[in-house]
Design a protein. Structure first.
Length: 331
């Protein structure tokens, strides 16, 4: 009877493999890491870190011959959709390498692709081994993984022959099924913002970018950055912000408030003695205050894609005082 059950399980596994149209990956069974190295396993499962993504030695190592490059978990995320766990790692900006691990119960599939515009090179697995916490349940928020993957690429048309070895052990946070790269970027930017605000030497920082950080108010801690010259707050909902705090930044030269749902021109910006450039693109501003034409140092103001009632009047009122006024996409 036991032999029959083993044969049935084997046939099911073969059927799963054959039903998978993508021959660049294969389905395998997860190994039990507890039997391999319990000390490393215990250390990883008990790690606590302020970052939502944690990896042993902070990378997955990839060897291209004599050259070593890395997958950083800043470009990786893991999400759960019912009984399926998907991990996606990305490296590069132009040509992109993508490693995808899909886990269903105790079976998994690994796929590695190198993508350059419309060209996708899919590697074929020559060896793969995956071990992870087999006790993952819906109450836990992270997975501990040990990974070894060897891939081969033989493209006779493009004349590309390559082998790749990926190995590493890491702990990664599990998110909900709607989590994506935009969610990951938001999370990383928010963590970066908190780290900057807690710096012990704010006087040494001259440029800050808090774009897409989920802000509804300008952080009060910014008033400590007395030497700040360039501030970007794009893609935050600052519709209820009064911008009074900006007056505590006497050296500010440039401020960018694009896509911040601002309906009224923030007059407090004009109290900044050294301000030279203002970006208020893609907002809801209808009127431009006459005070902007009296700012001696103001050289550039971009009001493109707002709800200005009379953009022609803005240009006439300027009379060449401000070198560059952009009003594209307005009435």
């Amino acid at each position: 009877m036991k032999k029959i059950m083993k044969i049935i399980k084997f046939l099911i596994l073969i059927l799963l493999i054959k039903c998978t149209p993508d021959n660049s990956s294969e389905i395998s069974r997860i190994e039990n890491i507890h039997k391999k190295d319990s000390s490393i396993w215990h250390r990883l499962t008990n790690q606590h870190d302020s970052s939502s993504l944690k990896i042993d030695q902070n990378f997955l190592k990839i060897d291209y011959g004599k050259i070593s490059v890395f997958f950083d978990l800043k470009s990786a995320f893991c999400k759960r959709d019912k009984d399926t766990i998907i991990m996606i790692f990305q490296r590069g900006v132009g040509p992109v390498d993508v490693l995808t691990i899909k886990v269903i119960n105790d079976l998994y599939k690994i796929k590695f692709e190198s993508i350059n515009e419309d060209l996708v090179n899919s590697y074929i697995s020559s060896f793969q081994s995956l071990s992870l916490d087999l006790n993952i349940d819906k109450t836990k928020d992270s997975a501990v993984v040990f990974l070894i993957y060897n891939g081969i690429l033989n493209d006779s048309v493009a004349k590309i022959n390559d082998t790749i070895k990926i190995s590493g052990n890491f702990k990664i946070k599990i998110h909900k099924d709607n989590y994506n790269y935009d969610s990951l970027k938001f999370e990383i930017d928010s963590l970066t913002m908190l780290k900057i605000l807690k710096t012990e030497r704010p006087d040494t920082i001259f440029e800050i970018n808090f774009a897409r950080c989920g802000l509804r108010k300008i952080p009060k801690e910014l008033e400590n950055f007395k030497n700040l010259q360039y501030l970007t707050l794009d893609i935050n909902d600052l519709s209820d912000e009064n911008f009074i705090l900006l007056e505590k930044l006497p050296n500010l030269k440039l401020i960018s408030l694009s896509r911040c749902n601002i309906a009224i021109f923030p007059l407090k910006i004009l109290n900044l003695r050294k301000i030279e450039e203002i970006d208020l693109t893609h907002n809801l501003i209808t009127k431009v205050p006459y005070e902007i034409y009296n700012k001696k140092n103001l050289k550039v103001i971009n009001l493109s894609y707002n709800k200005l009632l009379d953009s022609t009047k803005v240009k006439l009122d300027n009379k060449g005082r401000i070198k560059e006024i952009s009003l594209g996409g307005t009435k």
